[in-house]
Ligand binder design. Structure first.
Ligand SMILES: Cc1cc2nc3c(=O)[nH]c(=O)nc-3n(C[C@H](O)[C@H](O)[C@H](O)COP(=O)(O)O)c2cc1C
Length: 218
């Protein structure tokens, strides 16, 4: 699969099978991730691979619970009490994310401070380091897709209790999980956009400006 095909076919996968992923396949994907560009050459990142069944289960439970919180915050509450709304969102998260519990591998993209910026550059350096973790994770998503593996970028910053996530895998205080993803063979890869997004998603021509702001291609 060439890079354009992997980009086109990479989709957020939320349904996994328990089919094992061979170690050498995982390693190829990890190495591709860490070949991403890294601001100032800092390598302010690490990847944490969770294979241990008990830890995987804890991570999956936390992410599913975080999904329910996300839905509760983002979805309008119709004719329901707050408790009913919350219960509906818990049920919905269970319905669409429950196979996270059988995905054979989870990967966490971690921000690991290297303290190599002068004080005047600390703020910009932090942003560069964060962007670099995101680049590494995108490499990982694309390499995984080329291997026939599914992933979904799951934001650890706002979706769920980060401290609990950190304690599951023993992260020190100054190491932060940025994105986590299951890594596994999906039941199938989604095609196109989900209907809710299709209505509002902007086409590429409306997002490209030539020479100066305002001259989009549409
Ligand atoms: C920074 C970032 C955070 C995301 N966080 C979540 C998340 O917490 N849970 C989730 O299910 N999807 C998450 N996604 C996936 C997006 O919902 C998904 O990429 C988007 O809907 C477009 O769909 P596609 O990736 O299949 O093209 C995240 C994506 C990005 C880039």
């Amino acid at each position: 699969m060439d890079v354009f095909e992997a980009i086109r076919k990479r989709k957020a996968v939320r349904t996994y099978t328990e089919r094992p992923v061979p170690d050498e396949v995982v390693d190829r994907v990890l190495r591709a991730a860490l070949q991403a560009p890294t601001g100032s050459g800092s390598q302010a990142w690490s990847l944490l691979v969770v294979r241990d069944a008990a830890r995987r289960r804890e991570v999956a439970d936390l992410v599913i619970a975080g999904g329910a919180q996300y839905f509760a915050a983002m979805r309008p509450r119709r004719d329901a009490t707050p408790e009913e709304h919350e219960a509906e969102c818990v049920a919905y998260a269970e319905k669409i994310l429950s196979t996270y519990r059988i995905a054979p591998v989870w990967v966490m993209g971690l921000l690991v401070p290297r303290n190599n910026y002068p004080e005047s550059m600390e703020e910009g350096g932090y942003v560069d380091d964060l962007l670099s973790v995101a680049f590494a994770m995108e490499n990982l998503f694309l390499a995984a897709r080329a291997e026939g593996l599914g992933t979904v970028p799951t934001s650890a910053f706002q979706r769920f209790e980060k401290d609990r996530l950190k304690s599951i895998v023993g992260l020190p205080d100054d190491v932060d999980p940025v994105l986590v993803t299951p890594l596994g063979y999906p039941e199938s890869f989604p095609e196109g956009l989900p209907p809710a997004l299709k209505r509002t998603f902007r086409g590429w021509r409306s997002l490209v400006h030539d020479d100066a702001w305002g001259s989009t291609r549409d």
